[in-house]
Design a protein around this ligand. Structure first.
Ligand code: HEM
Ligand code: HEM
Length: 176
């Protein structure tokens, strides 16, 4: 369903993917923050939540990208060139993040010699074999990207709220 000129809203599937992925990314961050000390039951439970949420992000990211390529996006709201550039750069970075971050997590676990196991659904899989040299690099990249994107996501959300509260345009409303 292409975007007709007279509408400036995202389609229902695009809105669903955006907010479902947001909630799952937030859950993945929360789970890591509250997982508790090594060896505790809480750590096992919240790590499992982290892995499941992260894998769902990756699955939904694939569907979301396909939908975006199929349906496109509404025309950009008129704004100055610098803000439009920053918004486009942030959106591109966020798309890369929802693929790269879960993949780094999965490869990190596999490189450590373990399959990725998704509790509750009894799924276990391996993409690459054990690689002791690559594991610390993958772990470092997963941690670095995870920490960097607290900022990118925070600024992206602040920009959306500023559009609504200060510029008073439709940017936020068309994603709801
Ligand atoms: C969008 C999804 C994801 C986000 C936002 C995310 C974010 C994070 C963050 C912020 C940390 C803590 C880094 C630190 O200690 O500073 C972490 C750790 C970890 N993540 Fe993820 N992650 C995601 C997906 C995944 C997936 C899919 C897996 C594997 C199936 C995974 C496996 C791990 C593991 C094993 C750790 C612990 C590393 C350690 O402390 O030894 N993550 N993740
Ligand atoms: C993990 C968190 C988030 C990710 C990964 C994310 C990702 C994205 C991406 C990739 C786009 C571009 C959509 C496209 O053109 O296909 C987008 C648009 C948008 N996001 Fe987010 N987002 C997140 C959180 C948020 C939050 C918390 C808010 C609001 C407070 C928000 C508000 C918006 C709005 C209003 C748009 C439409 C912008 C426009 O039409 O120019 N996002 N988001």
């Amino acid at each position: 369903m292409p975007y007709p000129r007279e509408t400036d809203r995202y389609t229902k599937p695009a809105i669903f993917f955006h907010w479902a992925i947001f909630l799952l990314v937030a859950l993945a961050y929360l789970a890591i923050e509250i997982r508790g000390p090594k060896g505790s039951d809480s750590r096992v439970f919240w790590s499992n939540v982290h892995f499941c949420a992260g894998n769902l992000v990756l699955g939904l990211a694939v569907l979301r990208l396909l939908w975006r390529l199929w349906a496109g996006a509404p025309a950009e709201i008129d704004t100055n060139r610098l803000l439009a550039f920053l918004a486009r750069a942030a959106h591109l970075a966020l798309y890369v993040f929802i693929f790269a971050q879960p993949l780094l997590g999965i490869l990190m676990i596999n490189a450590g010699g373990h399959p990725v196991t998704l509790a509750w659904v009894n799924v276990s899989y391996t993409l690459i074999g054990a690689d002791p040299a690559a594991r610390p690099l993958l772990k470092g990249a997963h941690e670095w990207l995870g920490n960097a994107f607290y900022w990118v996501i925070g600024l992206h959300a602040l920009a959306a709220i500023a559009h609504h509260a200060i510029f008073k345009d439709r940017t936020l409303r068309r994603m709801i």
